[in-house]
Every structure is written in C-alpha cells, then in structure tokens.
Design a protein around this ligand. Structure first.
Ligand SMILES: Cc1cc2nc3c(=O)[nH]c(=O)nc-3n(C[C@H](O)[C@H](O)[C@H](O)COP(=O)(O)OP(=O)(O)OC[C@H]3O[C@@H](n4cnc5c(N)ncnc54)[C@H](O)[C@@H]3O)c2cc1C
Length: 385
C-alpha cells in the first residue's frame, strides 16, 4: 500500500481547503450559534464537483477515487463537521451511493444528476423512536395497495429531513417480524403524508438539519422500491458502511483542526514569561494528538484503498471509524485543555470541535456496534444474531 498522495490528490486538498476556509469558516461560529442550515452551501460545493465526486460521469459525478474522497471530507471536517454529516455522509453516501448501487436505471437517471448539482437534497431514514442499533426491528410498515406502497410510521434523528426533497426510507413489508422482511423506498418528501419536524437543542453539528419524520399513509409508486423487496436491511447496512468510512475521514479533519489550533495557541500564549508550548506537559498533549491523528488518517486511507481495489472493507471500516472518532474526541478535549479558560468559550473554535466530535461515536453505527463487528471478525461469533 502506497500512501504517497498523487499530484491530483494534492491539488484536490488545496482546492477544498481554500474553499472551506473562504466559504465555511467565516460562518461556522454564527451558524453553530443560530443552528442555521445554509442551503446555498451545497450548491456552491456542487458547482465545484464536490457533492458527487464518487458518482460516475454519466450521472454528473467525477468518478473520484475513495482516498481522494477521504481527503476531501477531511478538509471539510477540519473547518465545519456539520457539513461532513449533512452533505458527505447523508447526501453522498446514504442517498447518492445507495441509488447508484441499488437503484434501477430509471431511478439513477431521474435522481442522480439532480442530486449531483445540489438541486435535490436527500435524507436517509432508518432510525425510529423505538429502533436504533437494531435496524432489523424497524416498525414503520409498507403495505402494497395495487400499484402503490402505503408507508406508515415514524423516524427520528434524520439528518436533512426537514430540508430534503427525497428520502430513502427503511420499512417493514411483511408484518411478521424477521430480518428478511424489510424494504428500502425512495420517497419524494412533497408526497402527502410525509412531514418532518426539526429537532432543536442539539449538542453539536448545529448547522446540520436534524428532524423527526412522520409517515401517515404516505403512498409511494411501486417503481420507487430501491433494491429488491425484502432486501432492505442489506441495502441499509451497505449504505451505513459507506457513511461510516466518511465519518472516519471527517473525524480526522476535526482532530487535525484541534492540532492546528493548539499549536498556534501554544506558540502565542505566554505564561511564566515563555510560550506555553515550551512546557513539556503541553508538548506531550500535542505529540499525542499528532501521533493518534496520523494513525487514524492512515486507517481511513486503508479503507479508501480497499474500496478502490474492490476488496472487502467492512472490518477495516469499523476499525477506522471507531478509532478516528475516539481520536477526534480526545484531540478536542486536549485542545480545550491547551487553550485553558479561553477554550471553554466560543471565542475559539475548540469547544465546537468538542461538541461536534461527540456525535461520531453515535452516528453510522455506535462505537459499541463497531467493536462487535471487529470482535466478530476475530471470533467468528456474533453477539447480535
Ligand atoms: C445528530 C444525529 C444525526 C443522525 N442522523 C441520522 C440519519 O440521518 N438517519 C438515521 O437513520 N439515523 C440517524 N441518527 C441516528 C443514529 O444512527 C442512532 O442514534 C444510532 O444508530 C444509535 O441508535 P439509538 O440512538 O437508538 O441508540 P440505541 O441503539 O438505543 O443504543 C443505546 C446504547 O446502547 C448501546 N447498544 C445497543 N445495542 C448494543 C449491543 N448489542 N451491544 C452493546 N451495546 C449496545 C449503544 O451502543 C448505545 O450506547 C442520527 C443521530 C444523531 C445523534
């Protein structure tokens, strides 16, 4: 495995970093304070080809390799993690890649080019008030009535839901409980019966929209099934695997932002008549942050490499997401410590990194679920099936 970046990858990093610093950084604190989601950001990113990098050119994408995707996501995460979640995890991984990998030709032609330009925004609803880690227990039902599926139920914690145009929804198509009885649907959110209500008071990623969804006899045409009827769990789990890879890359971005802020602060802040960066206890924190972040970055790149080679990557994705999310949280904690009292205020960004990083062990499969996956590969024994 060669981790030397190509010239194209280096150019992509520079381009995305410039974009993030010019467009996302100036509004990051304001949007975090107000909880404002900026719809124009996705269109600006789309105009640079960032929102559909992983799609093939025939659907408006640029056929980016997966290591480049990780680089792109890291740079966005370095500035504002809310956009990693709403755009790269949800729009790209949970919506675009799900339609690309499982959708019909008609679904791909109808939706992918418009998702690629940011004209359409998507969301993905698996989780429900009573159903989280155990996606096989989904209670939302879909019953076939002539040429339509009638969806009823509710979803919660759905990123983008109250601003999305389309939703990928996991529902039960057989009222008998069982793992093989779920199906994934593509639902246009203007369909009567689909309503979303924003969740307020989130700890972090406040500039990302998060909502509860109610499906009240919401009728979906038969041709909007994504993948095969009864294979919805497989579709959903593969989508979440894609999102998990992206979560790992975004966490590397947060951790790098913590290093950058801490190094600058430790060089400038004087105590005992010298920069605090001269104190070995501060140096230790910075050395640990750098070592752990580099390890997390290469675990994420390894997943990109495996995906590009068409090799299995589920175990490696679980390892990368589990480790990178821990590293991001620890880095944010240390960055606040290095900033002293100033780190506790939003005058500096490190308290936002701390709150934003905290979602990472919860989303795209909790870290407990990642550990079960990793251990299952070693033991050949599953804790959950
Ligand atoms: C900001 C935010 C955005 C989100 N966006 C989306 C989205 O767009 N779409 C979507 O579908 N979901 C989304 N989610 C939901 C997220 O995926 C769930 O929160 C997550 O899957 C966990 O489910 P839960 O919250 O119901 O927790 P539970 O599954 O109830 O878990 C509670 C605790 O028990 C642990 N646990 C559960 N089962 C086991 C086990 N077998 N062994 C050991 N420990 C276990 C968990 O790890 C956790 O610590 C979002 C969540 C947040 C916070």
């Amino acid at each position: 495995m060669d981790f030397t970046l190509t010239e194209d990858q280096k150019m992509l990093r520079t381009m995305v970093r410039d974009f993030a610093e010019q467009e996302l950084l100036p509004v990051a604190r304001e949007d975090d304070r107000s909880g404002y989601y900026r719809p124009e950001i996705i269109r600006k990113m789309a105009s640079l080809g960032l929102v559909a990098g992983l799609l093939p050119p025939e659907y408006g994408g640029s056929g980016l390799d997966n290591v480049s995707h990780a680089i792109l996501v890291e740079e966005i995460g370095r500035v504002n993690f809310a956009y990693v979640v709403s755009i790269f995890m949800v729009q790209v991984c949970l919506v675009e890649l799900t339609i690309l990998n499982w959708g019909t030709r008609e679904q791909k032609e109808k939706y992918l080019p418009r998702l690629a330009t940011g004209e359409l925004l998507g969301c993905f609803g698996a989780v429900e008030p009573n159903v989280g880690s155990d996606a096989s227990a989904v209670e939302t039902t879909a019953l076939l009535d002539k040429d339509e599926w009638v969806l009823s139920g509710s979803k919660t914690w759905i990123t983008n839901a109250s601003v999305a145009d389309i939703a990928i929804i996991l529902a039960r198509t057989d009222t008998n409980k069982g793992r093989g009885k779920l199906t994934t649907f593509l639902v246009e959110t203007k369909t009567p019966g689909f309503t979303a209500r924003e969740i307020e008071g989130k700890m972090g990623i406040r500039a990302a929209n998060t909502a509860e969804v109610s499906l009240d006899y919401c009728c979906v045409p038969k041709e909007n099934v994504v993948g095969e009827v009864g294979h919805g769990l497989k579709v959903a789990l593969s989508a979440i695997d894609n999102a998990r890879f992206t979560m790992g890359a975004g966490c590397v971005g947060i951790a790098q932002a913590c290093i950058d802020a801490s190094v600058k602060y430790a060089q400038e802040r004087q105590q005992f008549k010298r920069p605090i960066g001269q104190f070995q206890l501060i140096q230790e924190m910075i050395a640990d942050m750098i070592t752990e972040t580099e390890a997390a970055r290469y675990l994420v790149y390894r997943v990109g490499y495996l995906r590009d080679k068409g090799l299995p990557y589920s175990r490696e994705t679980a390892i990368a997401k589990y480790y990178a999310s821990k590293v991001a949280m620890q880095a944010a904690d240390r960055a606040i410590q290095i900033h002293g009292g100033y780190g506790y205020s939003d005058e500096f960004p490190v308290e936002r990194y701390y709150r934003d990083a905290r979602v990472a062990p919860l989303f795209a499969g909790t870290n407990e679920i990642q550990k079960l996956i990793i251990a299952q590969h070693a033991l050949g024994l599953s804790a959950i099936t």
